[in-house]
Design a binder for this molecule. Structure first.
Ligand SMILES: [Zn+2]
Ligand SMILES: [Zn+2]
Length: 329
């Protein structure tokens, strides 16, 4: 698993207590069970196979405007569950949410089928604590900086890390969420929300068209294909957005801003700024950087559902801005 320390981009200054991980003694929790591991494989592989089947599916069954509408609707809802909910609210506390909104964000986040909120947050906080150093659960620089090592690292950061059996300890990295009984319960019902995420498009498609075919095509496009696309967009933030793009702000890792994913990721691909200023509610802070998640948080604030929003602080941002001469590094 580990490459010689000399090939790593930034030598860790850590005294690892867990062998081969660079982590302190209480950083990891218990191992995943076999059933959980198998379920994970199924959720990752089945939507991906569905995506690969897209072309013949178009010829075989057709694709209606209803399917497209449902796919866009469920994609947007579950994407925002991850970006606004799991990431900006639960992980980084970029804003405080009224109780019903907090629970609703946890539910729609679970519907993205990326794991229960508590585990997602623990993993992501560990990512920020060790970003691109030893101990980061998903750094593309894990194996070194040469082309082969980077390719292997990209795969690990995109997808491979999900199959690590040692899980990040929620007790260490998400104690605040564990204290919230309602949230813990919502998180434990993950399988129910995941099931609904796939079942609801089918039910709506079936009812609207009054046909089994309508149910099946809605399940395929707005269920499986939508989940697959959202998985890969989210994972690209961990892989692509630590390798490709520019770095206008100083962060202690290799996080980048990658504009092609700005819309599909609802602003999460402005990842360089995010690592430079993790609690900031807006990631796309420069001119022309569209950040849909920030706009949604703004709407929540106007409705009185969100408060204490950490909007960009111009003085702090100016201090983190990279000088033009080194902007391309
Ligand atoms: Zn990152
Ligand atoms: Zn983050």
């Amino acid at each position: 698993m580990s490459a010689p320390a000399s090939t790593r981009p930034t030598a860790p200054v850590l005294r690892p207590a867990v062998p081969d991980t660079g982590l302190p003694a209480n950083a990891l929790g218990k191992e995943k069970g076999a059933l959980e591991q198998v379920t994970l494989y199924v959720f990752v592989i089945v939507p991906f196979l569905a995506l690969a089947a897209v072309v013949p599916a178009v010829w075989g069954w057709g694709l209606s405007w209803l399917d497209v509408g449902l796919a866009v609707g469920f994609y947007s809802l579950t994407l925002l569950g991850i970006t606004v909910g799991y990431h900006r609210h639960f992980t980084h506390g970029s804003f405080k949410a009224a109780r019903p909104l907090r629970i609703a964000l946890a539910v729609v986040g679970c519907m993205a089928i990326q794991g229960p909120v508590v585990q997602w947050v623990a993993d992501h906080r560990r990512h920020h604590a060790f970003s691109d150093r030893e101990g980061d659960p998903h750094s593309p620089w894990r194996y070194g900086t040469d082309a082969r090592a980077l390719l292997k690292g990209m795969w690990h950061a995109h997808l491979g890390w999900l199959f690590d059996r040692r899980q990040t300890s929620a007790e260490r990295y998400a104690p605040d969420l564990l204290k919230d009984t309602g949230l813990r319960r919502t998180s434990r019902l993950f399988v129910v929300w995941a099931f609904l995420s796939l079942a609801l498009p089918a039910v709506i498609g079936g009812l609207v068209t009054a046909s089994w075919t309508g149910a099946w095509t809605a399940f395929f496009w707005a269920g499986l294909v939508r989940v697959a696309l959202l998985h890969h967009v989210t994972w690209s933030i961990n892989s692509v957005c630590h390798v490709v793009g520019n770095r206008p702000f100083v962060s202690r890792d290799r996080a980048t801003n990658f504009w092609p994913l700005a819309i599909l990721s609802a602003g999460e691909s402005w990842h360089n700024l995010h690592h430079a200023d993790p609690t900031c509610a807006r990631h796309g802070v420069l001119r022309g950087q569209i950040d849909i998640s920030a706009r949604v948080i703004w709407v929540f604030e106007k409705l009185g559902w969100a408060h204490g929003v950490k909007w960009p602080d111009p003085v702090r941002l100016a201090a983190k801005r990279r000088l033009p001469a080194t902007a391309a590094s």
